[in-house]
Design a protein. Sequence first.
Length: 132
Amino acid sequence: MRGVHRFGVHGKFAPHYVGLYKVLEWCGSVAYHIQLPDILSAIHNVFLVSQLKKCLRVPDEVVEIEGLPLQPDLSYIEHPVKILDEKERVTRNKVVRFYKVQWQNHLEDEATWEQENCILENYPHLLPNASR
């Protein structure tokens, strides 16, 4: 599942806020019924207050749903853009290399550390010396 991320999943790659949507009604004391576009029809349209953020102005940094290649199960595939840093972890028996990878549609602050063998298997073009 490395590299596959789902909308609404908690984690580093999950988009924090997606779009500006109209609140249709208040459901109880802690939930709202939201008007979602047709592309998000598989998502239940009632959200807890803690999952929503009040829009005081129209933000410039809204994630556009149309720009994301969503699958029917609301997943999308991330691809690494570049390697930012590298480090080695030395144990008693071996040395494991790690690379800090910046992912597509994410900032450098959101980069993750990945093991060298995973990078070599899936994205060998990122490593300058792939013949290690």
